[in-house]
Ligand binder design. Structure first.
Ligand code: ZN
Length: 192
């Protein structure tokens, strides 16, 4: 396993629509496990392949919160979230149904230090290929639904700042242009 470099806005690959995976090969499985290691080290709860320079439809996700002893804190999870075994490795993920509305203060490993409220669907049904290349289909809500929508946006060449108002997005972009990114990255949780 090895740690990968996480690319930041305005890297070009982050703006490209990523290509579907034709088959889940051993090489792609290795990339997925390197992405998981990179995500945990960051730390983050989701990472999409374009963020590490691969314009393909692959994302890895693990939203579980742990206490100081490393035990998973299930209290913060919804019933639907608890049914999903994590980490999740999703190739070609697609949202086939969505319902309801929610908001969340999102951050992103590719836009470190910035957090803004983003509007998302509250409930989603997802279709994808798992790490073995098998077709899977599941429903979820809560933070996991928000995270999956954020990661699929990455696969479509979109960042969370692209979902803000023109004014807010403009302020963030000009701050990044002027000051770059904070050297001491914020210790906030839930960085997608
Ligand atoms: Zn992100």
């Amino acid at each position: 396993m090895s740690l990968l470099k996480i690319l930041k806005y305005p890297e070009e690959v982050l703006k490209q629509k990523a290509k579907p995976v034709e088959a889940v090969t051993a090489e792609l499985q290795k990339l997925a496990s390197d992405m998981l290691e990179t995500m945990y080290a960051a730390p983050g709860i989701g990472l999409a392949a374009p963020q590490v320079g691969h314009s393909i439809r692959l994302t890895v996700i693990d939203i579980r919160m742990r206490d100081e002893n490393g035990q998973v804190d299930e209290a913060s999870m919804t019933e639907l979230e608890k049914k999903i075994s994590m980490p999740l490795i999703l190739f070609n993920p697609e949202i086939i149904k969505k319902d309801g509305k929610t908001t969340f203060e999102e951050g992103c490993l590719s836009v470190p230090g910035y957090f803004e409220t983003v509007h998302r669907s509250n409930y989603i049904q997802v279709q994808a290929l798992n790490e073995s290349g098998e077709k899977i289909n599941f429903e979820t809500d809560g933070l996991l639904a928000i995270c999956i929508q954020h990661e699929i946006d990455h696969l479509d060449g979109k960042l969370f700042i692209d979902r803000l108002s023109t004014v807010k997005r403009g302020i963030i972009k000009s701050k990044i242009k002027k000051h770059g990114y904070p050297s001491q990255e914020s210790q906030k949780e839930h960085i997608l």
